[in-house]
Design a protein around this ligand. Sequence first.
Ligand code: CA
Length: 359
Amino acid sequence: MQRRIFIAGAAGVTAVGATLATPGAGAKPQHQWKMVTTWPKNFPGLGTGANKLAAIIGEMSGGRIEVKVFGAGELVPAFEVFDAVSRGTAEMGHGSAYYWKGKSEAAQFFSTVPFGLTAQEMNGWMYYGGGLELWRELYAEFGLVPAPAGNTGVQMGGWFNKEINAVADLKGLKMRIPGLGGEVLKRAGGTPVNLPGGELFTSLQSGAIDATEWVGPYNDLAFGLYKAAKYYYYPGWHEPGTVLEAMINKQAFDGLPKDLQAIVLNACKVVNQDMLAEYTARNPAALQTLLNEHAVELRKYPGDVLDTLRALADEVVAEIAEQDAFSRKTFASYQKFLKQAKVWSAISELTYLQARDQA
Ligand code: CA
């Protein structure tokens, strides 16, 4: 399957989803679905993750469901994915929940929170800490069924053409940074903008924006961002474990027999796990390429800059709880989980990594 995805991507085949979700011998698909995405077609990790989700649904259902994947702008623009699936223009979508904060501020908790949960912790909150139940409750209002369907792990801080030595260096900076991270930047004196991934390189190169974050080495290398900026900052304080989402039109989902419903939701779970494994494998290699072949200058955010951003992030996140009853409930659930996770992660992952890397 992976080989076929690679070949389809390399050959620039347009209907990748349709190509992959091949019906079983002679069978005609009982459900022909469209999946709209916020990613450029076949974009490594994110777009190919969506392709993989479609392929797995096709294979697990023995071809009873065929999902055709559309890149951003093919059927609807990137930021209209939510509405398109909500109204049934497409049966499925793939994106990230922080893009839909205009629908509900609480949506951002289901994507990522600055200085919040890591990928591993986020999966804990989603599947065993009440997160997914809250997410389902929120999206039901829009006629959608959500599911985690990918995770990038800790992202990078972003690409800059000047050094960030103090918080003052963020003042007046026009940076592409979505979600709550953008709100934090605003409070630090910057100007956040949100642009779909496909527009980042030209915006940065033309000077329309001063800086941008995207994902991490694997994806940032693919967009060639190193050609438009000199400094590559870490860590990605604003996106410590971003969840990619699948959303399914509720009417289409309810119209499936129970076994196909289980196949769709479990295919999401497979891709959720698979994408994180892919990033874990490809980011380290891509980082070496950026450093050794493209002479990228790696920079760590100074500790006092991170301290200020963390204090601002606490304010921003707490304010969401004041928006409405649902946001308050979600904030309370997330914070309770985070508080406990911090204690455990400090004595497990953190202490272990420190011990390992000092050896
Ligand atoms: Ca990002």
